[in-house]
Design a protein. Sequence first.
Length: 117
Amino acid sequence: MPTSSQCIQTADMAIRYPMAVGLNKGHPVTKNVTAPKHSRRRGRLTKHSKFVRDMIREVCGFAPYERRAMELLKVSKDKRALKFIKKRIGTHIRAKRKREELSNVLAAMRKAAAKKD
């Protein structure tokens, strides 16, 4: 039977015993806290890239397929819009993300129109 000095109690976990089997098996040690790797941040949106994308969207507007998808979303054809975008973009996950983005744009346009009135 382990003594109380051999057991380590953490705030978020149950008491750990130095046992050979089970979920908390092994010698009880404290976790080593490390900083996240720099390579893990690839693809995260930066302030500059967000600014550039917003500027391009403001200058160029929407692509023809995006405008058609927005029309489908306006008449509550969400599934048809997803199928249409998927056909144009290529992957299901990107199509879902694009549909969500376009529906957010439509909601913002409706909100701006309601605020203007």
